[in-house]
Write a protein that binds this ligand. Structure first.
Ligand code: FPP
Length: 248
């Protein structure tokens, strides 16, 4: 039988898609609207994207909702973003649960307002038995901070004599990240034309395909997601080795 020159993986739906939702502010400025309106429309785009991801058979969707660096924004904008998260969980949690979405949260929770921490915990608790799509909300998240948290967790175990310093491996660091059971993202999408990771999933992105799209986040929808996945399918994934052989 002739060998198929195209790797099978080229046809598979990415299992884990992560998105840097960027461009809300520019979307609003371009329309003479306040930045908050861009964030509000951003939540609508998020709803559409979660629905589309579930329908398309993606297993994990990670969204960068609030970065550890976003605290440097004006306090009114921080209030806006916190308010949107509150409303998103209060209004959408029932629908997410009904659609069998499991919510997970990564990031530093200690600096968040107690009611927000509680909402995040409630969302995780309610949906923990769901099995369709896992929605990973990166909130107050920074990748360097996450890696530092992993190092601190390991240091505690070394101090307690539970593990030897010589047991330190990349796998061990991976096992001590905020959500160690999740697979690494196959595809990371950033909207708005910026081409950076901006401290998002630095450890997990080692072999991810990066797709940058010009669309501002509020205009992102199912067609844009399908376009990014089509680009992913055009790429060869080698994981540092030779291209996967199929057929044989
Ligand atoms: C980037 O736009 C987006 C964010 C800082 C946060 C993303 C937030 C949402 C999509 C809405 C909130 C959703 C939840 C669940 C909290 P930007 O403000 O950096 O845009 P700009 O670069 O054009 O200024």
């Amino acid at each position: 039988m002739p060998q198929n020159p195209i790797p099978l993986s080229a046809f598979a739906m990415p299992r884990h898609v992560a998105i840097i939702m960027d461009g809300n502010g520019r979307w609003a400025s371009a329309r003479g609207l306040p930045r908050g309106e861009g964030h509000r429309r951003g939540v609508e785009a998020l709803r559409k994207t979660v629905r589309a991801a579930g329908e398309m058979g993606i297993s994990y969707l990670t969204i960068f909702s609030f970065s550890a660096e976003n605290w440097s924004r004006p306090s009114s904008e921080i209030r806006d973003l916190m308010g949107l998260l509150r409303r998103f969980i209060r209004n959408d949690l029932a629908e997410l649960h009904q659609s069998r979405v499991k919510v997970r949260v990564i990031g530093e929770r200690d600096d968040l307002a107690p009611d927000i921490r509680q909402l995040l915990e409630e969302a995780e608790e309610l949906t923990k038995g769901n099995d369709r799509l896992t929605l990973v909300v990166a909130f107050n998240y920074g990748a360097r901070q996450e890696i530092a948290r992993a190092a601190a967790r390991i240091a505690v175990k070394i101090n307690a004599g539970e593990i030897e310093p010589s047991a330190m491996t990349a796998d061990l660091i991976g096992q001590n990240l905020d959500a160690p059971d999740l697979p690494d993202p196959d595809l990371i999408i950033r909207t708005s034309g910026e081409q950076r990771l901006s401290n998002f999933l630095l450890w997990q992105a080692a072999y991810s395909e990066l797709v940058f799209v010009p669309t501002y986040w509020p205009d992102f929808d199912r067609a844009a997601l399908e376009g990014a996945i089509a680009e992913y399918h055009r790429r060869e994934r080698r994981f540092g080795g030779l291209i996967a052989q199929t057929g044989s």
